[in-house]
Design a protein around this ligand. Structure first.
Ligand code: FES
Length: 76
């Protein structure tokens, strides 16, 4: 990402995940969530839909500021 230059507006969010599908939908049973899980919102994770930290490089490269959705169980 070059300072002063906006990224092209026609870039797709999803570059490579399940491109054969007409829509990417992930279903997770609430009972299987465990105590804490981070879901990717940058579409760059190699473990999609789980966040693998790839958002850091994406943000660095593009000037974006995206991060995961973190689901965690409330402390008892
Ligand atoms: Fe996509 Fe973390 S890898 S939000």
């Amino acid at each position: 990402f070059r300072k002063g230059k906006a990224p092209p507006s026609d870039l797709r969010v999803n570059l490579r995940i399940m491109k054969e599908a007409s829509k990417v939908v992930n279903m997770v049973d609430i009972e299987d969530l465990g105590d804490k899980v981070s879901y990717c919102r940058c579409w760059r994770s190699k473990k999609f839909p789980i966040c693998d930290g790839s958002h850091n490089k994406h943000n660095e490269d593009t000037g974006d500021n995206v991060g995961p959705l973190v689901l965690k169980r409330r402390e008892p």
